[in-house]
Design a protein around this ligand. Structure first.
Ligand SMILES: [Zn+2]
Length: 67
């Protein structure tokens, strides 16, 4: 039985420029990011696959906020 561990995991991040959402469960095929990679673990060079802006343009998407 798995115990919920309190850590920042599986957080989705949304690009505030184009609205692209990075989902760690899916990764990012375009940039060759495997599923399971957390957003914070993405390389600094990583760019939004849609608009090519940097990680700094991403904001965390709260799980309880469907928008
Ligand atoms: Zn973007």
């Amino acid at each position: 039985m798995k115990v919920a561990v309190k850590k920042q995991s599986n957080l989705k991040y949304r690009c505030r420029v184009c609205g692209y959402i990075y989902d760690p469960e899916k990764g990012d095929e375009i940039n060759n990011i495997s599923p399971g990679i957390e957003f914070i673990d993405l390389p600094d060079k990583w760019r939004c696959p849609v608009c090519n802006y940097s990680k700094k343009e991403f904001r965390v998407l709260k799980n309880n906020n469907p928008a």
